[in-house]
Every structure is written in C-alpha cells, then in structure tokens.
Write a new protein. Sequence first.
Length: 446
Amino acid sequence: MNTFLATLLFMLPTPEPLQTSSDAVLAKRAQEVAALVAAEPKWADDLFDAAFLKAVPPEQLKTLCSGIFGKLGAIASMPRTESTSALSAKYEAIFANGSVMPVTLGLSSAQPHAIVTLWFGAPAPGIADLPAAIEMLKALPGQVSFGLYELTADALVPLAELEPDRALAIGSAFKLYVLGTLISEISLGKRKPEGIVRLENQYCSMPSGKLQTWPRGTPLTLYSLATFMISESDNTATDHLLFALGRERVESMLGEMGNSAVERNVPFLSTGEMFRLKLTTKGLLADKYLKMDAAQRRVYLEGILVETPLSADSIDSELLSKPSHIDTIEWFASASDLCRAMDWLRRATESNKVANLRQILVVNPGLDVSKKHFEFIGYKGGSETGVLNLTYLLRARATGDWYALSCGWNDPQAALDETKLLGIVTRTLNVLGKLGEAKAEEARRK
C-alpha cells in the first residue's frame, strides 16, 4: 500500500581517496552522463565500471536513456545540487523543454574514475515557485488535496494550499495515527518501547513488508514493529501494532491528532481487513460491508471476516488493476489533517522519553529530498490503485524552521500516473528548500 517509482540502475561503494581533482572528474563524468540521453546513446569504453555494466547490460542502459530522450528531449544542463562524498554528487538534469530530473552519480576511486552509481529520478515540469506547483496540481485528473505549512509555536501557517480540507483516501499514510497512538501510550507510561509482541497468524497480512514471512511466534518489540510499519510500510507489523494497542484506542487518537474525518474512519480498519473486504471473493464482501452501520461493521470485522482466508491465492488479481471502493472503504484524511498529524508527532516527541520515536520517520525519506536544505526529513506515504499520498515533516537546515507538507491524489475511475505527482512534490520540496536558504540569507543581512 505504498509505492515509489524511480530508475535505480546500480550502486557500488565509492571508496577514497581521490587520485585527481574530484570536482574536475565529477564535472567531466556529469557531462558524459548528460550526453547519454540521446536518440542513439553511446559512450567511451572507460565511462562505466565493469561491475556496473554486468548489473546493467549496455542494451538495457541504451533503452533507458533513449526512452528518456523520447519523452523529454535532450539535457540542456546538469548543475550539481549536492556533494555527497569526494566522488559522488547529486544533480538536476534540466531538459530543453523545461522538465527537471534528479540524477545521482558516483565514481570509483581508481583511475579512470568510472561510473559505479547512476540513478535517474522521477521527471517533473520545471517549477519556479509555489504558485506554479499549485497550477501543476490543478491539472491532474481526479481529486487533489494539498497543503504546505510552516509549523510555528501555536499554529500551522499556510504557504500553499489546494483544497486542503478535502478528505481523500490516503492508503498507508494512516499508519501515522497508529504511530501517534503508540507515542501517546508510552508518554502516559502505559507501555514501553521494548514491550514484546509475538507474531500471530490472525494478524499476518499481505505485502508490502516482509514480516508476514517470518515464523509465527517471533518476538518483536513495539519499537521494532513501529519502525517496520513506517520505514517499510510493513502491513503485518501495522496490524500487530494496531491490535496490540487496541482498535478503539487508535480511533480515540484521530481527533486528538487533528483528523476531521473521524466518522469515515470508524471502525478503523487493519490492512488485513482491507485486503479481505476489497480484494477477495470478487469484492462481494465489500458490497456486504457497505450495507452495514458502524456497529454492525465492528461486529462483522471481529467475527465473520477474520475467517476469510488471506493469501496470495485468495487475492483477485483483476481487482488490483482498477480502483476499488476508494471513496468508501479506505482510510481518510485531508492534506491539512495529515499536516496536523505530523505537527502533533513533532510536539509529542519533544520529551526525552519518546524523542527516539520521532527518528522512525526519517528511516525512509520517500523521495530524493535534499539533505543540504533539510536537516530532518520525516516521511510517510501510501497508495493503492487510484490512491496516492505523500506526507512530510521537515526542518530547514538554514533556519531551523519546521514545515509539514501533504499531498493526496485520488481518481476513482482510473489508475494514477504516479510519476507525475512524485515529480511535482519533489520539485516543490526543492523550492521550499531554496526559500529557506533565502530566508536565512535575508536574516544575515539584517
């Protein structure tokens, strides 16, 4: 229930030390990478390390680069945005048509400093400022809810919004509310992060994640389950944590964390329940569920539904290919709701007792977000067919200011072209980072 799309070609460690000027070597290789994006890509024999070409055969590389050229044209320039080591850096490939694509490049330390790492991210239209980002979001089909806020001592200050209070399906971003419940329980002294939960068959779900393949009875701490839940969007970790805390306890946290769609989220579904309702028995269980009131649904979830088998064999693959009840059987929140949730998590983890739980949010940053601009990059997203959500908690490196960004996109009629939103949000975060630098520079001048 959580996806990210990028072109990860191959990565090897980039050892030290340098034998020649790193800036000159990287600049030369970056120019050669830019030239690869052509109708008929070709390169010198010394451009790629042998291990790279073993993992990524030349024909595959040519197909990738010519495909980028066919969609975006040639790369007009490729400025460096961040140095990650002496022989690796991040770039922005700027295309002749104005599109922008993040690129990561890494070289070997030995002569001739051949490429060992090459990564092309999701392309996006060039976005100069926040109003331009909003215009791009308006052009997407379906429904969008977007909010970007500075988090002050007593308020969320809007920087850019588009239907920020429109509640949409959010996929695995709902796991932020489960994390918030755990933090609340630990803060109140009712639980400890090292508390043990053992894997049980009835709470084992489907991927994403890997815990569903682990032996039943395996002991895991609450902290470990929360880390799997957020960093890998592990559904089995999520369901074990949800039921360890209690469904109604999690429901009680929705309002406290700022969710405005509480009634639509009750009963609060587990991922296993979602899979059973929407993707088994040709969707008949979903139709039955929708005819029940909230009380009947709760009884049904805790009784009859758990008897429905859940495995790869029981999932109807045809139902995976199109949106299914995304406006009625899902988890719901608006962009402003999720930014309030991130702000709640930020405030709730100020104390030493639970401060380390905030770090769970940074294990997987989702998109390629610049560490040059942000010293804290907290993320959770979610997706299913027709649903995509990206939610961030950020702290600017230049100013120390906190921000929250959330963008939800739903289309009940068709699968989403996820790369479009990934690109827009990536560029929006880049704009935000530059605004932070400009703010810090202005403060220095004063």
